[in-house]
Design a binder for this molecule. Sequence first.
Ligand code: FES
Length: 69
Amino acid sequence: MYVCVCNVVSDKAIKQAVQQGHESFEAIQRELAVGTCCGRCKPFAQEVIRQCVDQQQERLPAFFTPAFA
Ligand code: FES
């Protein structure tokens, strides 16, 4: 599904960027240009990024879990 219509950025593209180590909205924005036109997608993009980061962290072995988690 498209998250950012202006820049044709899909949730799959965001997930892939997160898997490559881009874990903040700003990093994803620099990588994919999501939210750089009208900006309406920003809240949804942030939510998709948060979900992808959470999923990524759930897959990490316990010894990679930060102490504050
Ligand atoms: S929909 Fe993403 S910048 Fe417009």
